[in-house]
Design a protein around this ligand. Structure first.
Ligand SMILES: Cc1cc2nc3c(=O)[nH]c(=O)nc-3n(C[C@H](O)[C@H](O)[C@H](O)COP(=O)(O)O)c2cc1C
Length: 209
């Protein structure tokens, strides 16, 4: 299975080669893999920023635990969840579904109402955590797509979300920085290249009932 081979090849890259850039063609494939990610109800309540700008990345580094990947990778992906799921968002999604599948909008009103009623049952904390969790599914696809293309990546939570929100003007757009991933090519001096993967044994990780 190719996926297993790819998963064994990839690792959370600590040091990127600053001279190597991901091509537009590969970037398009990674974006499509992210676009195809699953999400609750299909709502995709997030936006993904792809930051190339060197000055912005210099600003982000000190609020990312000074991790060198922020400035040294080819591109920095910032997965931002929307901070609420408004009725308008759900109405827009229903309209988009009707148009895409050539369906009568009226036939989808019930589904829209069902989504709204289920989301209304969540507490504010549950909503925040639910919205944030959607971005991790997209992150997973990005990591797998990168691995297949032999592009390195590092998933990261080691950053200050509020500082990102301020620097990138995310609050004004109703967004919050949830998780990030620099992508590019490993530096041959990265001391973590080839380290044995540390994973739980199968018998601890799985239980068949
Ligand atoms: C959500 C998340 C956040 C992470 N944050 C960081 C980080 O801030 N910096 C870092 O170098 N690695 C980070 N990692 C990488 C993990 O430490 C790494 O994936 C894990 O140790 C397994 O190693 P592997 O990815 O090399 O197989 C993060 C991973 C995930 C999934």
């Amino acid at each position: 299975m190719e996926l297993l081979k790819n998963l064994k090849w990839r690792y959370a890259t600590k040091k990127f080669d600053t001279t190597k850039k991901v091509s537009h063609q590969d970037l398009d494939k990674i974006k499509e893999a992210v676009q195809l990610s699953v999400s609750s109800y299909g709502l995709q309540l997030y936006k993904v920023l792809i930051i190339e700008n060197a000055q912005i990345r210099e600003q982000l580094k000190p609020v990312s635990w000074n991790q060198s990947q922020i400035t040294d990778a080819s591109h920095l992906f910032v997965f931002c969840n929307y901070t609420d799921a408004s009725s308008k968002t759900i109405n827009d999604f229903i309209k988009h579904t009707a148009k895409t599948r050539n369906l009568d909008l009226e036939r989808l009103y019930g589904y829209g109402d069902f989504i709204k009623s289920k989301l209304a049952e969540k507490s504010p904390d549950e909503t925040t955590s639910w919205l944030k969790s959607q971005t991790y599914l997209a992150l997973g696809n990005l990591l797998n797509a990168c691995a297949e293309l032999r592009i390195d990546a590092c998933p990261m939570e080691g950053f200050e979300p509020e500082a990102y929100n301020n620097i990138l003007g995310l609050h004004q757009q109703g967004l919050n920085a949830a998780v990030i991933a620099p992508i590019g090519y490993r530096h041959c001096d990265d001391h973590t290249i080839g380290q044995q993967k540390v994973r739980k044994p199968m018998e601890l990780l799985f239980e068949t009932i």
